[in-house]
Design a binder for this molecule. Structure first.
Ligand code: SF4
Length: 291
């Protein structure tokens, strides 16, 4: 991709952490392409597919307009998804949106493969960091996601994020997050994520009170179907071992995704702005709560 941003989808999303999605959804702006190339990417239609190579750039004015539309829909925040490779253009669009009346918090939703130098430019712009700490072994990161030096880069990035927004998260009266950090840990089959080492790093660097989100939503998408170590869903036993590990290491502020989440998170980006239209999450969001 050349030096520009492509907005692949803009939608109210109800599948993020409860304090991010709230009751009215998180205003997600999905940027096309990605700085990782995960074999198991569930968003591969927009992160690695030909669709993005054919796409024309999204002007900053158009991105700002979508941000304001999501705020008007009532979304609790604006959520940049995979912005690391297009940060300057996203910031440019964001300043236009703020000038146009955008007031909701900005969430930076990333694989944590961000340089500290780039993150420093976001100090005071981003309100909530939502990094996914994916691996604790460089060889695995290189093989599964094509990322060199992932471990040191992601850990330095998370430390910088915590320096900017702290780990004592602030919430609005309705319980949605206003400022802070949530570290996601996606459990992969065969312990490819090296969870124990990542948790040890988080405990030592940020303490056991840091907000974590343990994620069970893995399913073998994209090129994972033909990879011997990735071609199956998680076993219940391995997810439960991850939960036990988290508890034994003393983390007391963790959100644990339900084991059946892999049934929920199956986006289809060929649906334009409604990639989650057929998912159980979208159906739940459309149905009245009864209250
Ligand atoms: S970081 Fe996320 S969006 Fe990017 S390739 Fe990996 S799974 Fe896909």
């Amino acid at each position: 991709m050349g030096p520009h941003a492509v907005l692949a989808a803009a939608t109210a999303h109800f599948g993020e952490e409860p304090e991010v999605s709230g009751t009215r959804g998180s205003g997600t702006l999905f940027f096309g392409a990605c700085n990782l190339r995960c074999r198991y990417c569930q968003n591969h239609q927009i992160s690695q597919g030909t669709r993005m190579r054919r796409a024309s750039p999204s002007p900053p004015e158009a991105i700002a307009k979508e941000a304001l539309r999501l705020q008007t829909l009532g979304c609790h925040n604006l959520n940049w998804v995979t912005p690391s490779h297009v940060t300057p253009w996203a910031v440019e669009a964001h300043s236009l949106a703020v000038a146009g009346g955008l007031r909701v918090p900005l969430v930076y939703n990333t694989s944590a493969y961000d340089s500290v130098e780039a993150l420093r430019l976001l100090d005071g712009v981003v309100d909530v960091y939502l990094p996914d700490l994916r691996y604790s072994d460089d060889d695995t990161a290189r093989r599964l996601s094509g990322a060199e030096g992932y471990v040191a880069a992601s850990r330095a990035a998370i430390v910088e994020m915590a320096r900017q927004v702290g780990v004592d998260n602030e919430h609005a009266p309705d319980g949605t997050i206003r400022r802070g950090l949530i570290v996601r840990l996606l459990v992969l089959p065969n312990d490819l994520a090296g969870l124990r080492e990542s948790l040890a790093f988080l405990r030592d660097a940020l303490g056991t009170g840091v907000r974590l989100a343990l994620m069970s939503q893995y399913f073998p998408a994209h090129r994972a179907r033909t990879d011997p170590l990735l071609s199956r869903p998680l076993h219940h036993g391995e997810y439960h071992r991850a939960i036990t590990l988290l508890e034994r290491m003393g983390f007391d502020n963790a959100l644990v995704q339900a084991p059946e989440a892999s049934e929920f998170y199956r986006p289809d980006f060929e649906r334009g702005d409604e990639p989650f239209a057929d998912s159980p999450l979208a159906r739940l969001a459309r149905e009245p709560s009864g209250s």
